[in-house]
Design a protein around this ligand. Sequence first.
Ligand code: C5P
Length: 218
Amino acid sequence: GDRLVIAVDGTSGSGKSSTSRGVAARLGLRYLDTGAMFRAMTWWLLREGVDVRDVAAVAAAAGRPRIESGTDPVAPTITVDGADVSIEIRRDEVNAAVSPVSAVPEVRARLLELQREVIGDGAIVVEGRDIGSVVWPQAGVKVYLSADPDARAQRRTAEQGGTDVASTQQSLLERDRIDSGRATAPLTMAEGAVHVDSTHLTLAEVIDTIVDLAARAG
Ligand code: C5P
């Protein structure tokens, strides 16, 4: 692509979505949440009754759902076979199954193709785990966003209006463990990525940091 691509990777709950949407809105760029695509795949597999721990079954089914992502940072959408699933994909059942599903190479290959299609000629902020390393290594700006587990769990729990910080933290760390340990496109800090630790930064400060990086990248 010719136009700017900003890749935002990082651990679960590090603030990738709020940050990426904020940066895209500020710079007039599109926005792609690749995590929502893996979640949509997982939601569909669960609904179809596919055993998500059965790698062969997941691989065989991965080509079936039609997954489409909108790219408006103010109102992102995600549909499966035409139905909006933005609420359903945030449920606990999906949180628990999405990392094993995302480790299956056939799932990644299918979604990689869709992701590259959406990125097209750029002008987009893309968030995920492997954007700077695998999906779009030529991205003009690459960010690796992290935060202490306590900060992540507290923010995520507040976001969801819940109270159980400990179980939220356990679920975030379990996803990190599987996402970092998988053989295909693991979560990692991509070559050339700038590490931003958001533990002691406000959302506005993180957004400013990335907007500055983008200005320097041209
Ligand atoms: O970003 P989010 O937390 O919604 O992503 C949900 C899950 O999707 C991650 O825990 C990971 O298993 C998977 N994922 C991935 N590669 C990406 C984006 C998300 O494997 N690029």
